[in-house]
Write a protein that binds this ligand. Structure first.
Ligand code: FAD
Length: 311
C-alpha cells in the first residue's frame, strides 16, 4: 500500500448536495474524495482506527441526505480501476456502470448488457443488488472484495453475499459498515454485434419508460410491493398512477409524469419536501388500496450511525 498523509485530503464543512442525484442535503462535517482504491482503503483504515462515523456514497443515485447534512465524514468512492481477464473483469467498486459498459464494448465482453443505462457505481449496485429487465447484478458476481473493521480485507462469493430482490448482506447489515472495494464479474468473450444490440435494446427500454437521467431523481422511490392487490401483483409505479400521484406535489418536489414511482426535485425542493411528498403518496396508496409501500431510496439521517430511515 502506498503510504501518504491521509489527513491532508480530509476537507471540513462541505456541501454534499452534489453527491445525491436529488441534489438536496446540507453539509458534512468531514469529507473525503477517494479517487483510487488505495485512497479508499486508507481512509477506511483511518476512520475505523479513529472511530470516526462515516458514510460511503458511490454515484448517489439511490440516496437522500438530510437537509442538515451529516455529523461525520462523507466518503465519495470514485475509484475507477478496471482489469480484463479471460473469463472475468475485475473492477473497483467506484467504477461507474456506464464506464463498465464502455469497457465491455471495447473488449467484447458479454453478460452485463442488462445494466446499460443504470446510473451509479458497481459498489452501489452490489449493495442494493440493482437490476433491470429480469436480471440483477447478483447474476454476474463471481467474488466481492470487502473491507470491515472486524475482518479487514476479505472476499465473499455471490452465495455469501446473500443477494435477494434489491438486497444484499451489506444492506441487511448496514450497521456493520462493510464496504465493497472491488468485484470480479463473471463475463465472457462474446459477439460484438450481439452485445451492441442487447445494450441498445436495454437503453431504448429505459428511454421509453423512465424520465431522463438529467432530472434530479433517484429512480424508483418505492420498492415493488410483494403484497397483492385483488390477487394480483402490481408495481409501485402502477399503484401510484391508480391513486392519482401525478397531481400531488410538495413545493418543488413532484412526481414524474412519465413514471409515477420517480419523485423529482424540479428545482429548489429540500430533502424534507421530498420526504413529505413520499409520505403523502404512501398514505394515499394505503388508504385507497391497503398496500403498504416501502422506500427503496436510502434516506440517511443526520446523526451517526447514518442508518437508512423508513418513512
Ligand atoms: C434515472 C434512474 C434510473 C434508475 N434505474 C434503476 C434500475 O433500473 N434498477 C435499479 O436497481 N436501480 C435503479 N436506479 C437506482 C440506482 O441507480 C441504483 O440503486 C444504483 O445501483 C445505486 O448506485 P450508486 O452508486 O448511485 O449508489 P449510492 O446512491 O451512492 O448508494 C446507495 C447505497 O449503497 C451504499 N454503497 C455505495 N457504494 C458502496 C460500497 N462501495 N460499499 C458498500 N456500500 C456502498 C451506500 O452507502 C448507500 O447505502 C435508478 C436511479 C436513477 C436516478
Amino acid at each position: 500500500m502506498i503510504m501518504f498523509n491521509i489527513e491532508q485530503y480530509i476537507l471540513k464543512n462541505i456541501d454534499i448536495s452534489n453527491y445525491s442525484s436529488f441534489h438536496t442535503g446540507g453539509k458534512a462535517d468531514l469529507f473525503f474524495y477517494a479517487d483510487t482504491v488505495e485512497k479508499l482503503k486508507s481512509i477506511l483504515s483511518y476512520v475505523f482506527k479513529n472511530s470516526i462515523p462515516f458514510f460511503v456514497v458511490g454515484g448517489g443515485t439511490n440516496i437522500l441526505f438530510s437537509d442538515k447534512g451529516l455529523r461525520g465524514m462523507l466518503i465519495v468512492n470514485a475509484s475507477s480501476e478496471i482489469e480484463l481477464f479471460e473469463s472475468n473483469i475485475k473492477c473497483s467498486s467506484g467504477v461507474k456502470i456506464e464506464n463498465l459498459m464502455a469497457f465491455c464494448l471495447k473488449h467484447s465482453m458479454a453478460g452485463a448488457e442488462f445494466l446499460t443505462g443504470l446510473p451509479g457505481t458497481i459498489g452501489g449496485a452490489i449493495y442494493g443488488n440493482a437490476g433491470a429487465n429480469g436480471f440483477e447484478i447478483a447474476n454476474i458476481i463471481e467474488e466481492v472484495e470487502l473491507f470491515s473493521n472486524e475482518k479487514g480485507i476479505f472476499s465473499c462469493d455471490a452465495k455469501c453475499m446473500n443477494f435477494s430482490y434489491r438486497n444484499s448482506i451489506l444492506k441487511m447489515n448496514e450497521d456493520k459498515k462493510v464496504i465493497s472495494i472491488s468485484a470480479k464479474l463473471n463475463l465472457n468473450k462474446g459477439n460484438i454485434e450481439e452485445i451492441k444490440s442487447k445494450m441498445k435494446k436495454s437503453m431504448v427500454g429505459r428511454v421509453k419508460s423512465h424520465p431522463s437521467k438529467l432530472v434530479n431523481s433517484c429512480g424508483c422511490f418505492f420498492k415493488n410491493p410483494s403484497q397483492l392487490l385483488n390477487g394480483e401483483r402490481i408495481s409501485a409505479g402502477k399503484l401510484l398512477d391508480l391513486v392519482g400521484a401525478k397531481n400531488i406535489r410538495v413545493g418543488d418536489a413532484c412526481v414524474s409524469k412519465k413514471h409515477c414511482n420517480f419523485l423529482i426535485n424540479e428545482s429548489n425542493a429540500s430533502s424534507s419536501d421530498i420526504i413529505e411528498l413520499a409520505k403523502k403518496l404512501k398514505d394515499i396508496v394505503f388508504k385507497n388500496t391497503g398496500v403498504v409501500l416501502e422506500n427503496e431510496v436510502r434516506i440517511i439521517s443526520e446523526e451517526p450511525p447514518f442508518l437508512s430511515v423508513n418513512i
